[in-house]
Structure formats: structure tokens, C-alpha cells
Design a protein around this ligand. Sequence first.
Ligand SMILES: C[S@@+](CC[C@H](N)C(=O)[O-])C[C@H]1O[C@@H](n2cnc3c(N)ncnc32)[C@H](O)[C@@H]1O
Length: 248
Amino acid sequence: MNFNIITIFPEMFTALASGITGRAQKKDLISVKCWDLREFSDSKHRRVDERPYGGGPGMVMTYAPLKKAITAVKQANSTPARVIHLSPQGKSVQQEMLQNLVTDNEVKNLIFLSGRYEGIDERLIAEEVDEEWSIGDYIISGGELAAMVVIDAITRLLPGALGDPESSQQDSFSSAGLLDYPHYTRPEDINNLAVPEILLSGDHASIARWRLKQSLGRTWLRRPDLLAQKNLTNEEERILEEFIAEIN
Ligand SMILES: C[S@@+](CC[C@H](N)C(=O)[O-])C[C@H]1O[C@@H](n2cnc3c(N)ncnc32)[C@H](O)[C@@H]1O
């Protein structure tokens, strides 16, 4: 997957050299290329913003440099690129939507527009943007962090990106549509809080059942909205009832 980011702060993306995204770049599973928007400005001072028509606070990112930058990125890619504007007004990014994206063979190049100030001239969005994505109902200062969040989330789903491919399948919101079960590691006892005995039993079938029970139970407690979207099997219903009986 090739990630192209149009931004006035390309240096922020050095953060993606660490961890999973860093390793994925070394393994050529992803490429991350930043395009400095100021290099596409015709103005003497490399300006990319102007005051808003109609007055009011803040500045607005202008059409021309963004248009030029998008054209340059598209020309540099041999296969079609999807243009995504990171915006609090976009559709909320969900795990399922990212899973569908990575299995879509048509999608190999993504262009992320990182907004700043009050945002981008609406006519650029109307003409050039294919999708608008939000990372949540809150406002951050620019689209760069949002782009990094979704680049990381997409990378985790690419085959070969994680040490153990099962990790991403058991993550919250993944194939089962549930929250992940609780995790424990050494030591066995911390301030009289012991590791659940079953996890020390070596009985893999019972451990899997216990984990499913915890996942179902946690989702019921913390995110009933996720359970409401899911058709539980009879066995899952039984296991969830057990969980509820145990905590009462
Ligand atoms: C200060 S915000 C502008 C917010 C805009 N005035 C509004 O209220 O919709 C600057 C930029 O940060 C990015 N941004 C802010 N919050 C975001 C979110 N929740 N998801 C994705 N991008 C976001 C967008 O690129 C946006 O153009």
C-alpha cells in the first residue's frame, strides 16, 4: 500500500519510522511519501492559506497549491489513487471499513490531504476529494495526526505486518466484532491479584472458551451497541449468560 500525504508539516511523519509502520516500510509492505504543500505554492513566501470570504476567524487553505500537489502525486503513481481528506466532518473511520479497504485489489495508492487552520477551500474538496474520513468527534489542529492514525491502523491489517497474523484478528472490533479479552503476563501474583487460574491450566479449549466469555462480557458491559449489531450463536448466548450470572 502506498501512502502519499500532502501536508505543510512533512517532518511529523518521521514518527511512522518506529514500530509496526517502520518495520512495514523496511519490508516494502507500505511506502510513506510526504509531499510538502508549500512547494506547490506560486507565492513568493510559499503561502498556502488566505483569509476566509465572509470574514470570521482563522485562515483557509487555498485551492491552487492543493490542486497542483494532487495532480503531481497522481502523475507519480502508475495506478489510480484515491484522494482522502481527513476531516472531522467525514465518515467515522471503523475497523471494518479499513478491513474492506485492504482486501480491495483496486486500492493500492492513497492520497491523504492534511487540513490545517479552518480547513480547505470547499471547491477543492468538491473537485478532487473521493472520501472524507474522521477519526472521531473532536477537533485536532491538523490532519497529520489523523493521517498517521489511519496509516497505522491500515498497516496492521496488511499480511506480514504483524509478527503474529492472529494478533489483528483477535483485536477489538475485528472479525468477531467484539472487544478483546483481558491479557495477563508475569508475575502470577501482583498485590494479591492473581492471574485467572484457567490461563495457567494449559487446557487450550477451556482457555479459548474463557477468552470468548470475557470478550462477550466486556462488550456487553462496555459497548452494548456492538453486541446489538451482532447475531450471537446459541452457544455465544449461553456463554454470555454465564458471564452475567457470574458477575451478579
Ligand atoms: C482545526 S481543524 C478545522 C476544523 C473545522 N473548522 C471544522 O470545525 O470542521 C484543522 C484540520 O484538522 C483536521 N482534523 C481535525 N479534527 C479531525 C478529526 N476529528 N478527524 C480528521 N481530521 C481532523 C482536518 O484536516 C481539519 O481541516
